[in-house]
Design a binder for this molecule. Structure first.
Ligand code: ATP
Length: 681
């Protein structure tokens, strides 16, 4: 065994750093060389361009592009080496495979090998052998490679924390080593966007990250269970494992909003991968509608519900259109249309008769073509029929007559007319609101679904993996749309307890009904918040399966005031206290946008940011926002103002309160005026 003592390890670290420095210098030389060659090449072209023909120019251009590309990858390699120099590895296992001798496997964020000795010095955390670090303690262990399973024994296991090239600590062998390091990681202050968790990935999380086979992976996890982190690490893993066939640009993240997208944007670059394309549900809808339809967005729907909890008709519309029954009814209706709405009559033209059974038979023959796209084919056959009866070509007028009469044999000819008729067929015409040109959000995806089924649309075949976060906010119809637009593998994650709209929420079992081939994983351990904060949140919304981290901190504080003015004054003081606390991030999380704007206006000061549905980036420091927008984010400290009985009273309010409280990592304060909400009583 090598490097047995801590002293040995410290010396070995220096050796590795030296090798990393040398490698960095070699890359530097290469970069210099590339840019010199590039410069010379450009100069040559400039000087000789008059004598060059097109082919020469193209060849010269290609050679420059090639050089630039190689230069860019050298720069990327240098960036990785410098990162490794800062923290070369975080774990080690000494493994004795059954067939051969012992190897020490140092595990880091990227691979690093000694070019001269052709020896792998650091293994990428995603390498097959590294999986044992997450999956096993000392003793019998195995891992799977593309060519089969390797079994053996782990005889040593260590964890390191190396920062700025210095070893902060090293932990040996103990069975629960993960817990010690995890505790340290979790108690840190959050000063920035989401971070990578490679050093402390837990066993159940690792299983999700490394699952290669599931066509659809559905992750239902409690608040703070690491769903988003895992999903991003899973993407990094898939990019590594299938690097020959999938690149970052082939993956799409469907994210709930731009702030969230920005918040998570650090993780993949930190893991050495490129940024992943991202898009919101509304953007997707707009794209499929070719930007020809205006509609309400999800934020507006939720805001309306929060402010008009007495609009029973609106609630009924939203609720019905979010049900499974609704999706089945849409499907039943489509069959009904197919079987009953095309009623051909005989067609008389050019001195001949096209009998209606012929037209009907042709119409049925093309059942694989979406209904509203079938006429060109049917008409072609009718024309052919007439031609062979009359033994002559058809005149323009005759053709026009066919084009006019045949489509009329279908009861409705547009997606929108059919959608409206669907509610009549259902016997509930009132469920389709007349909204003067702007569709209600609840109608957007059902209409898209009809469009896909009745007209057919371009599918997103270039996407090779789809990631859907906050799955609880999407309805069965939305999943039916996704399943038809994206034929690729999918990772879908969320937490049904964090629904922002209780009238339209999906859980893992519901989603599994749309994707019967899916694998569902449930995560119950919550990592984000202290034990005290988690316990407090559990009183608002109880999940018997949730396992809180044994990480302790201050108990949440609930403070009441006699007047709004006093409460507002206290908020200002809380912000000042925070600024002197040493914590890095504070989220002041309100129920509605108006409340957030009010708080922001009251405490407006340097370094305080308002995050609204229109914001495009995450902000560090003090943030004032709504629970809806804060979903998915986290803060060292959270303040929930206006936690009064008047403000938090409905089921929907309760969910908002739950989301707000579960954003806190270390400290949670709630303030209210007069009487506090029954949810925190
Ligand atoms: N294995 C781990 N090691 C270290 N930190 C972890 C681990 N798993 C989760 N965390 C931390 O827990 C916090 C919550 O993670 P994340 O935001 O991914 O959870 P989530 O399930 O998506 O949460 P929510 O649904 O509440 O938004 C993050 O700070 C993350 O870094």
């Amino acid at each position: 065994m090598i490097h047995t003592t801590e002293q040995d390890e410290r010396e070995y670290l220096e050796v590795i750093k030296e090798k990393l420095l040398l490698a960095t210098r070699r890359v530097d030389d290469r970069i210099r060389q590339f840019s010199e060659e590039l410069r010379q090449n450009k100069e040559y072209i400039y000087e000789h361009q008059s004598g060059m023909d097109d082919a020469d120019m193209v060849a010269a251009g290609q050679s420059i592009n090639r050089m630039a590309f190689t230069g860019e990858s050298a720069v990327a390699r240098k960036r990785k080496l410098m990162k490794l120099h800062d923290s070369p590895y975080f774990g080690r296992i000494d493994f004795i495979p059954k067939e051969s001798g012992e190897t020490s496997v140092y595990i880091g964020i990227y691979t690093f090998s000694d070019e001269t000795e052709r020896l792998n010095l650091i293994y990428d955390w995603r390498a097959p052998v590294s999986s044992m670090f997450y999956d096993f303690e000392l003793g019998a262990a195995d891992y799977t490679t593309p060519s089969g399973k390797v079994s053996g024994e782990i005889v040593l296991k260590r964890q390191y924390k190396i920062k700025e090239g210095r070893m902060e600590f090293m932990i040996e062998n103990a069975v629960n080593i993960h817990d010690d390091v995890l505790q340290k990681e979790l108690s840190k202050s959050s000063d920035d966007k989401m971070k990578n968790i490679v050093a402390t990935i837990q066993r159940d999380q690792n299983a999700v990250i490394r699952n290669e086979s599931a066509p659809v992976m559905i992750i239902q996890g409690v608040a703070g269970s690491g769903k988003t982190s895992i999903a991003l690490h899973r993407i990094a893993f898939l990019l590594y494992r299938f690097r020959e066939s999938i690149a970052a640009k082939d993956i799409l993240i469907l994210s709930p909003n731009k702030v969230f997208a920005d918040y998570i944007s650090n993780v993949l670059p930190e893991l050495g991968e490129e940024q992943i394309p991202e898009m919101g549900m509304e953007e997707l809808a707009a794209e499929v509608f070719e930007h020809k339809v205006t509609f309400q967005n999800f934020f507006q729907q939720v805001a309306y519900l929060l402010e008009h909890d007495d609009d029973a008709a609106f609630v009924e519309r939203v609720q019905f259109k979010s049900s499974f029954e609704f999706l089945s009814k849409l499907n039943q209706y489509l069959i009904h249309v197919e079987n009953n709405y095309f009623n051909p009559t005989e067609l008389r033209l050019a001195g001949t008769v096209v009998p209606f059974p012929f037209i009907l038979e042709r119409f049925k023959a093309y059942h694989r073509i979406p209904l509203l796209k079938r006429f060109p084919e049917v008409i072609k056959d009718i024309q052919q029929h007439v031609r062979s009866n009359t033994q002559r070509k058809l005149s323009g007028r005759e053709k026009a007559q066919i084009w006019e009469e045949v489509p009329r044999m279908l009861k409705f000819n547009t997606v929108f007319d059919l959608y409206r008729d669907f509610f009549t067929w259902l016997g509930k015409p009132g469920l389709y609101a007349n909204t003067q040109g702007t569709l209600e959000y609840a109608d957007v995806f059902p209409i898209l679904y009809f469009k896909i089924r009745l007209e057919g649309v371009q599918t997103y075949d270039h996407v090779k993996h789809l990631l859907v976060d906050e799955m609880q906010d999407y309805t069965p119809v939305q999943y039916a749309v996704l399943s038809r637009l994206f034929k690729c593998k999918k990772t879908i994650l969320g937490d049904v307890s964090q629904m922002v709209n209780p009238y339209s929420a999906s859980d893992a079992d519901g989603i599994q009904r749309v994707f019967p081939q899916g694998d569902t994983v449930k995560l119950f351990r919550s990592y984000r918040s202290t034990f005290e904060i988690t316990r407090f949140a559990q009183h608002i919304f109880h999940n018997p399966d949730l396992i809180a981290m044994e990480r302790h901190g201050a108990a949440p504080v609930v403070t009441g005031f006699e007047s709004n003015a006093a409460e507002t004054e206290a908020l200002k003081n809380l912000v000042i206290n925070f600024q002197n606390s040493g914590h890095q991030s504070l989220g002041i999380i309100c129920k509605t946008r108006e409340q957030a704007e009010f708080v922001y206006a009251e405490i407006k000061a340097h370094g305080i940011h308002l995050l609204s549905a229109d914001s495009t980036s995450f902000k560090e420091g003090v943030v004032v926002t709504t629970a809806h927008l804060a979903k998915g984010l986290e803060f060292d400290e959270v303040i929930v103002p206006f936690a009064s009985i008047r403000n938090y009273k409905t089921e929907m309010d309760k969910r908002m309160l739950y989301i707000a409280c579960t954003r806190a990592m270390h400290m949670l304060t709630l303030t209210y005026t007069k009487e506090k909400s029954a949810f925190i009583a």
